[in-house]
Design a protein around this ligand. Sequence first.
Ligand SMILES: [Zn+2]
Ligand SMILES: [Zn+2]
Length: 265
Amino acid sequence: MHPDKRSPTIARFDLKILWERLPALASQLWQEVLLLIYPPTCAGCTRALASDKPFCPACFSNLAPISEPYCPLCGIPYGAEAITSHLCSDCLESVHPFDRARAAGIYQGLLREVIHRFKYGGQTFLVWPLAKMLIGPARELTRLHRIDTVVPVPLHHNRLRQRGFNQSSLLARRLGSLLKVSVDYSSLKRSRWTDPQIGLSRNQRAVNVKGAFSLKTPAKIKDKGILLVDDVFTTGETVNQCVQVLNDGGSREVVVLTVARTVAW
Ligand SMILES: [Zn+2]
Ligand SMILES: [Zn+2]
């Protein structure tokens, strides 16, 4: 049929689709314009990047990304002496509240510095490269578990006021959109103020965060597969408290994903 002979109904339908897609198209166009004005730069050294990778090759080699062999349950990486992945002594001796945990890299060197700039220096644009680092381990978790929703580790409202943002929520938002999974920002809340965990022993950390989290809307997480997101996994006491609350609320399973984790080699 000649285009001019199309029925008015079809023409209106085309216009309706275009109208509905307009905000998304405008947003994509705006991002393209921004990329022309500000070409992507390395999150480590700020040099211009030739690819869409978050770090230049030199900085990437300094990031200490976690790769096999590692513990298939808690994700802790092994040193060069280990040949294959196997359960670590911690996972053999104790039962974790989470079903599985993964981290993108080791909390040291450049990755530690970038996380500090993001979290304490207010450089929130660094959420992009850090969220991109989460994609690999997130895909592994979604292959092994059915994830219904992403939940960030919440901040106490006083801390949120001080910092102006929750780094875990920013990561969860990007990750949710990359994975095309919904993000639940409100069900889990930090109901009690806690002192920073830095400098505390494992036992002191456990006492410090005990009872700090609660569920605001238990019905939203009931029977759900949850991907809990945080920036750093140190001894796991903070995420363990969150997972326990989610488990008590009736979630089906909870897996944990962090940008980095500490390793005591
Ligand atoms: Zn670089
Ligand atoms: Zn383990």
